[in-house]
Design a protein around this ligand. Structure first.
Ligand code: FAD
Length: 496
């Protein structure tokens, strides 16, 4: 009998192929045998084109060559997300993948900025962010570690979701993951409740030690078979459907995602090399499908595809690892793509699974720890997303009135108060978003805090302001020397 751990992955969307690629390249075929089942009869969700910088770590760890991946997936670079019309109509700010300014004599930069503003300073915080200034100028260069300004940002990608899944499929199969075509129609259980095998429509049966549920919203193993309950977060994240459409490419490709707030949700624009992905995420309780269709079609020029509707609900399963089944991707939960976090949540689940995997049978402590980590990640991303809706001054539709007035989780309410009253950014000890991410949204939608901390009050303001001016002109000078994003892509990873 084989000593290798047999892992069966159900589903070949982004989650399935990311899992297969990671298991087959990191765990190696000496440790485990990886089989992925997917069905041509059941389409993948087919969206999921914007990422965050963590994806680069994941790809690097697998040994994926960046330029090759970008070329094959028509990818572009991403320096952040622009939020248009969120705090009020006409407003815009960028959440960058980078920091703002530099600490000065132990005082956080945003505290100096707060003092500068209180003294009549006019420059918005974003003028002190290299990533934002590069994004606004449609420019791109790789960060330079040796330079104090050019090392203040990182980057992610926009890519074609279908092409990325195909890329990972080739990658995983080349590393001995086995692909099996077929629709799962029956799940067999052992006496202890574990899944022992799955049966396919074509008569095949696949046995395994672990089954990874990557079957998408259907949640075939975790939800349907094991009955793991779904915890809904709809009261905080009211959007429950999306309309997606592709349109013609843009010549001067912006290196950022745009999220524009609409009457009952928001609209994404994700620029790829060969086309643009667009989609309206909206709340069916506040706008009809017909009105939502009009809203998106009025703002998309030169559509290339039909509109595709996808329904969902924000929330997560009460547990992601139950018995010998581990849910990864949409089968374990869903948070709307406002901060492009789903692929990250897939990645972090895979990494945690790999860290905890030992032998054919998992200890209870391993299962508990995995579920604890998944819960933490989901809860923190959830709070960060709710922040965008809560911190709005808009009252021009029923939807925005609801968002402004809704009660938010205590964990989030405290963070908002600490910032608005004191300029204090609380730091979670675990989770995705750094203090500069919180600062981006809190200052972008919540404005300037009422007062700075005592240490900042003691600083010699004119000295600090001179430093601020120096930094800001250094950022301007460096951005002026960067290549245009379009030109950079053409030289590095042109898509044919
Ligand atoms: P799916 O893509 O649905 O794949 C499910 C797989 O299971 C398919 O291969 C299917 O054939 C298979 N399957 C199902 N049932 C069976 C069966 N009975 N037998 C055999 N096979 C079966 N994420 C981001 O990170 N960034 C974004 O910008 C982003 N945008 C999004 C926009 C929208 C509107 C939505 C809904 C999601 C978005 N996401 C985004 C999330 C992202 O699309 C998903 O996290 C990602 O695609 C993973 O999906 P999945 O692999 O879990 O499921």
């Amino acid at each position: 009998m084989s000593e290798k751990i047999k892992i069966v992955i159900v589903g070949g969307g982004t989650a399935g192929w990311m899992t297969a690629a990671a298991l087959s390249s990191i765990a190696t075929d000496k440790v485990c045998e990886v089989t992925l089942v997917e069905s041509d009869q059941i389409a993948t969700v087919g969206v999921g084109e914007a990422t965050i910088p963590a994806i680069k770590e994941f790809n690097d760890r697998l040994g994926i060559i960046e330029s090759e991946m970008m070329q094959k997936t028509a990818a572009t670079f991403k320096l952040g997300i622009e939020f248009v019309d969120w705090s009020r109509l006409g407003s815009s700010y960028i959440h960058p993948f980078g920091t703002y300014g530099e600490t000065y004599k132990g005082v956080d930069f945003h505290q100096l900025w707060q003092r500068d503003q209180a003294a009549g300073g006019q420059l918005p915080l974003e003028r002190y962010s290299y990533a934002i200034q590069a994004a606004r100028a449609n420019r791109f260069e790789f960060p330079a570690t040796a330079d104090s300004v050019s090392s203040t940002y990182s980057y992610a990608y926009h890519f074609d979701a279908g092409l990325y899944a195909n890329f990972l499929k080739e990658f995983a199969v080349a590393r001995k993951a086995t692909r099996v075509e077929g629709k799962v129609i029956k799940i067999n259980r052992a006496e202890n409740g574990n899944v022992s095998s799955i049966e396919l429509e074509n008569g095949k049966e696949l046995a395994g030690d672990y089954f990874i549920d990557c079957s998408g919203f259907r949640s075939l193993l975790l939800g349907e078979e094991l009955g793991v309950e779904f915890e809904s977060w709809k009261k905080w994240l009211a959007c429950d459907r999306a309309l997606a459409v592709q349109s013609e490419g843009i010549d001067d490709i912006p290196p950022y995602t745009r999220a524009t707030a609409k009457s009952a949700g928001w609209q994404w624009r994700i620029p790829l090399q060969h086309r643009v992905g667009n989609g309206l995420v909206y709340a069916g309780d506040f706008i009809s499908d017909a009105k939502a269709t009009d809203e998106i079609m009025q703002s998309v020029e030169s559509p290339l595809s039909d509109l595709k509707q996808i329904k969902f609900e924000a929330g997560r399963r009460r547990a992601s690892w139950v018995k010998n089944c581990i849910g990864i991707g949409l089968s374990s939960g869903f948070l709307e793509p406002l901060e492009s976090t789903s692929i990250y949540l897939i990645q972090v689940a895979i990494v945690n699974f790999l860290k905890l995997l030992h032998g054919k049978v998992a200890d209870k402590s391993v299962v508990r720890e995995f579920n604890r980590l998944v819960d933490l990640e989901y809860d923190r991303v959830r709070d960060f997303l709710i922040l965008h809706y809560k911190l709005t001054e808009r009252s021009d539709s029923e939807f925005w009135q609801y968002c402004r007035n809704m009660e938010v989780p205590d964990s989030l309410q405290e963070k908002i108060e600490l910032y608005t009253k004191r300029g204090y950014i609380d730091q979670y000890r675990y989770g995705l978003f750094s203090p500069s991410s919180w600062l981006a949204v809190l200052s972008g939608q919540g404005g300037v805090p009422k007062c700075a901390e005592p240490m900042a009050e003691k600083i010699n303001l004119s000295e600090a302001q001179a430093k601020m001016r120096e930094l800001q002109s250094s950022i301007e000078g460096k951005v002026a020397q960067m290549s245009s994003h379009h030109h950079f892509l053409h030289g590095y990873c042109p898509y044919n």
